[in-house]
Design a protein. Structure first.
Length: 284
């Protein structure tokens, strides 16, 4: 069966530009809000991102492949070409092909289009078939669970009217809900001495692991009103050592216990994040 070519829809073009980081800050915020509220957009975004990564990695893997030994031998043993003989009646001059700037640009655009389409089709195949070597390569694993944590924080901290699912006025419900959802026993840290007021909680996933988020708002200082988050999930063996990092203008400090992994997340302007993390670690 032959499928007719179809022009990408407006949402596909927006999500494609978002995946390729070719959008303004305003457009990025709009798309992130869309991904929260539209399951279809989230599914399409995942397909585009997976297809783009897979296509790029397949191309990189092909470029890394060595030249087959048989081909090398055939090139070395190939007979020399016969000398060209100019016929008496041939007066036409040989002209070297020099593509114009427009032709070169068109060729590059066509190459990118074919490569991107191939990656999208591979990534979006219903049976999920992918090249095992490409998916196992280090480049495919660059994004980790901390990127998911940062994405959730950046998304919800901008949605003041939808910041939490359960508010701070229902602490018992939060404890029961997140303990059941994550499998981690915890207490809600009182960080009032650090100028932070507890706002409420959410349950999300980070790298397919249920993760609880406790949101706080600064009540004092130059950064009054800023949102901070304390997340926790089941223990991850690769996080035995504390991690301090900045990603997408977002600071994070993580630490682990034998039973759980915790991360404090805040805007990169937070200079006291390590102190808050130390206090929260002793209270949670």
């Amino acid at each position: 069966m032959t499928m007719a070519n179809k022009e990408p829809s407006a949402i596909e073009r927006r999500l494609s530009a978002f995946v390729d980081s070719q959008v303004s800050d305003t457009e990025r915020q709009d798309v992130e809000s869309l991904l929260v509220n539209d399951p279809h957009a989230r599914a399409l975004h995942d397909d585009l991102k997976r297809g783009s990564q897979t296509g790029r990695l397949l191309l990189e893997e092909m470029l890394k492949e060595p030249v087959p030994l048989d081909l090398v031998r055939s090139i070395k043993n190939a007979p020399l070409p016969r000398k060209a003989v100019r016929l008496p009646g041939s007066t036409r001059r040989n002209r070297a092909f020099r593509p114009s700037g427009l032709q070169a640009l068109s060729a590059c655009a066509l190459t990118l289009l074919v490569g991107g389409s191939l990656g999208y089709m591979i990534g979006a195949r219903p049976d999920g078939t992918r090249a095992p070597q490409a998916l196992a390569s280090p480049a495919f694993q660059q994004r980790d669970w901390l990127d998911d944590i940062v994405s959730h924080f950046r998304l919800y901290s901008r949605q003041q009217n939808r910041l939490v699912e359960i508010g701070a006025d229902r602490p018992a419900d939060i404890l029961e809900w997140l303990t059941t959802g994550t499998g981690v026993g915890f207490r809600i840290p009182d960080l009032t001495d650090s100028g932070l007021a507890f706002v409420g909680a959410r349950l999300v996933t980070a790298e397919n692991t249920p993760t609880g988020i406790l949101f706080y708002r600064r009540t004092t200082g130059d950064n009054e009103g800023d949102i901070l988050a304390l997340t926790f999930s089941r223990a991850r063996p690769e996080t035995a050592k504390p991690i301090e990092d900045i990603r997408l203008d977002t600071s994070l400090v993580s630490w682990s216990t034998p039973l759980a992994t915790y991360v404090i997340v805040a805007p990169s302007s937070a200079a006291d994040l390590d102190e808050i993390a130390a206090k929260a670690a002793g209270l949670i």
